[in-house]
Design a protein around this ligand. Structure first.
Ligand SMILES: Cc1cc2nc3c(=O)[nH]c(=O)nc-3n(C[C@H](O)[C@H](O)[C@H](O)COP(=O)(O)OP(=O)(O)OC[C@H]3O[C@@H](n4cnc5c(N)ncnc54)[C@H](O)[C@@H]3O)c2cc1C
Length: 400
């Protein structure tokens, strides 16, 4: 029997989130509208966020942590909510069906607590994980390098053991939250021979404090989103204590696996939420806007666009929830999470394109967040594994 009932506990979380977004986040969005509508207002010359806007984002994040939303994907033993993937998929959907405002920091992304940090011993959890859970500190996930994006078998950053320390040298790029992170989770080659032979072994993950000598934030990467979020990290003879190894030496990629699958499902869920927002806005606009004497929603071409969007969104959401449910049952969903990531981001991209079209000129104006979502939709097809890498994973799962 197929049962699509959402458990009462999950419905409560979603309702709580909605109330937090409407009562606390929305009024702040109104007050700080100028930053949300205008990239030039929120960015400094060097591409970083202006301090006033950063403070508002930090406030929303801390408030979400206080209410238990920010860390709710983490287990209860570390102060999280123990919410499974179905619950998280619905939470992401709820948060992002409010569009792209201050809501973007309500649930943890790469700057927040991740299952990867559960591999730290208790003393290191105190220092790194718990402050993240409280929204007091932020981190970043530093894997990509100038010559190693999709091809993670080509990392050049090394960590050489010297007594009870490791010495890191190398460079990371496109790292989200690198500018503000209090510490980074860095992947470096510790056994070059094993890495060369195996590709997945010989890489170790470390937590590295930003005030460690030899740790430097490099250039801010200006992107299509222009949100000041990505930057380079440079390590020059940066000495990291051995207790900062996350998990086991040489097993960094395996330690990260739990996060990668979750990350893909989060992007899929975020896409579904944003797609809801776009569809709701577009239907409303098609009702209100008149041309040639009647609402544009009465024209077959416009109706057709909205009908296609509605059908695609329904399919994307069902796929997401099915994969999340299988994850919660403890099933292997490597192939399926790639399917969800690829399908949901593709669906969002098409929905965003149609939403722009339905809104006509308004669709590309900064007063509405439609054009911003359109740009983000393009980016989501690259982060957390490109379209092509997802398809590779699916094909491998088919035995090819
Ligand atoms: C906004 C943004 C935020 C990011 N945040 C982070 C972060 O926080 N941490 C982090 O570590 N990284 C981050 N990244 C990096 C991101 O993970 C990489 O950009 C992504 O994995 C692609 O790598 P690449 O840019 O080197 O492209 P490449 O790997 O060079 O790919 C170029 C093209 O070749 C295709 N391609 C490559 N290999 C294959 C293959 N085997 N088969 C078929 N096609 C292939 C790709 O699909 C793509 O179309 C971020 C990137 C962006 C844009």
């Amino acid at each position: 029997m197929v049962d699509f009932t959402v458990p009462e506990e999950t419905q409560l979380i979603v309702r709580g989130l909605r109330s937090f977004l409407e009562k606390e986040v929305k009024p702040l969005e109104e007050r700080y509208k100028r930053f949300l509508e205008d990239e030039r207002a929120r960015l400094r010359e060097d591409g970083r966020l202006v301090p006033e806007f950063q403070e508002v984002l930090d406030h929303v994040r801390r408030r979400s942590a206080e209410l238990g939303y920010y860390g709710m994907h983490m287990p209860e033993e570390v102060g999280g909510g123990g919410v499974g993937r179905v619950g998280m998929a619905l939470a992401f959907k709820e948060v992002f069906r409010h569009g792209l405002g201050l809501n973007v920091v309500v649930l943890a992304g790469p700057e927040g607590p991740s299952p990867m940090l559960l591999h730290l011993p208790e003393a290191q959890r105190e220092k790194y994980l718990y402050p993240l859970m409280r929204g007091e500190k932020t981190t970043c996930f530093a894997l990509t390098e100038p010559e190693a994006g999709s091809d993670i078998k080509n990392l050049k950053t090394t960590a050489v053991k010297k007594g009870d320390r490791y010495v890191l040298n190398g460079m990371k790029t496109f790292i989200t939250n690198a500018v503000d992170a209090d510490f980074a989770q860095v992947f470096a080659v510790t056994d070059p021979t094993l890495y060369k032979e195996h590709g997945y072994l010989g890489v170790t993950a470390f937590v590295v404090d930003r005030d460690t000598p030899g740790y430097q934030v490099g250039r801010v990467n200006r992107s299509l989103l222009d949100d000041g979020a990505q930057a380079e990290l440079i390590f020059e003879d940066c000495e990291v204590p051995a207790e900062n190894v996350i998990g086991q030496e040489g097993q960094g990629f395996y330690t990260a696996m739990s996060w990668l699958t979750v990350g893909r499902l989060n992007v899929a869920a975020m896409s579904v939420g944003l797609a809801h927002y776009l569809l709701e806005q577009s239907v409303e606009y098609a009702r209100q806007r008149t041309a040639f004497g009647k609402p544009i929603g009465k024209y077959q071409h416009v109706r057709g666009m909205l009908a296609e969007s509605a059908a695609e969104l329904e399919a994307a959401e069902r796929l997401l929830l099915y994969v999340a449910w299988r994850f919660d049952q403890g099933q292997d969903v490597i192939k399926e999470s790639s399917m969800a990531k690829w399908f949901c981001t593709q669906a969002l991209y098409r929905l965003a394109d149609r939403a722009v079209q339905v809104h006509g000129g308004m669709g590309v104006m900064k007063e509405l967040s439609i054009e911003r979502i359109f740009r983000l939709a393009r980016v989501l097809r690259i982060v957390e594994g490109t379209d092509e890498i997802q398809k590779e994973t699916i094909a491998k799962g088919l035995g090819l």
